[in-house]
Design a protein around this ligand. Structure first.
Ligand SMILES: [Zn+2]
Ligand SMILES: [Zn+2]
Length: 211
């Protein structure tokens, strides 16, 4: 567990794809939010504990990021289900809130700013709160998330460079799977990629650095 001034963050590693499910708690109001009710609903429900769950955000349409959503929503029916409209139809429950670029949601006193970052999927979003950036499958240590075709990769890199790399270099990148990194570190890795030649057909599991 860690905190940045005003937020308490619990990271749960869940399910067969080692998804990160993040639970954010505002210590002042005890209001909480989930980013990706990915799997293992009992683990997530236990982490929510006696906090007031107000929001369940899904970063994108892939099932490993919402497999526990229905069970968690059933347990906390007052919590709003939030997702970008372009990825909403794949979810097992109806969305209460469509996330739009530039929106700021409140988790108690904690603001959570939405960045629409299409590429990995059309409706992928990242979320900023203070020095934390939740990137779903858009950005990982070492490279972007998997892309289905060259156009999607270009779109994904555009999203990363335009929206994520504008953030403070000290911003902590908290991805949908695996370990965190920082914006500063990621930008350094990307520099090598940006300065090399690439096949026009490049897509799939792309890494920034050949080294
Ligand atoms: Zn994904
Ligand atoms: Zn994933």
């Amino acid at each position: 567990m860690e905190s940045n001034n005003s937020i308490r963050l619990i990271t749960l590693e869940v399910g067969p794809y080692s998804n990160n499910c993040y639970v954010l708690v505002d210590p002042f109001t005890n209001i909480s939010a989930i980013i990706d009710a990915a799997a293992d609903p009992d683990t997530i429900i236990e982490a929510i504990g006696n906090t007031s769950l107000s929001l369940i955000i899904t970063t994108h349409r892939h099932q490993d990021h919402w497999d526990a959503l229905e069970d968690v929503k059933t347990q906390f029916p007052e919590a709003l289900v939030a997702v970008h409209e372009k990825d909403a139809t794949e979810l097992p429950v109806k969305a209460d809130v469509f996330l739009e670029h530039g929106d700021t949601l409140q988790v108690g006193t904690v603001p959570l700013r939405i960045l629409h970052t299409p590429g990995h999927t059309e409706g992928s979003v990242c979320l900023v709160s203070g020095s934390f950036l939740f990137t779903g499958d858009t950005l990982f240590p070492g490279g972007p998330g998997r892309s289905d075709d060259p156009g999607s990769l270009r779109k994904e890199i555009g999203s990363i460079v335009t929206h994520l790399y504008k953030l403070d270099p000290a911003t902590k990148v908290l991805p949908g799977h695996g370990a965190p990194t920082t914006i500063g570190e990621s930008k350094l890795e990307y520099e090598e990629f940006a300065n090399s030649e690439h096949d026009v057909d490049l897509h799939g599991d792309v890494v920034w650095s050949k080294g």
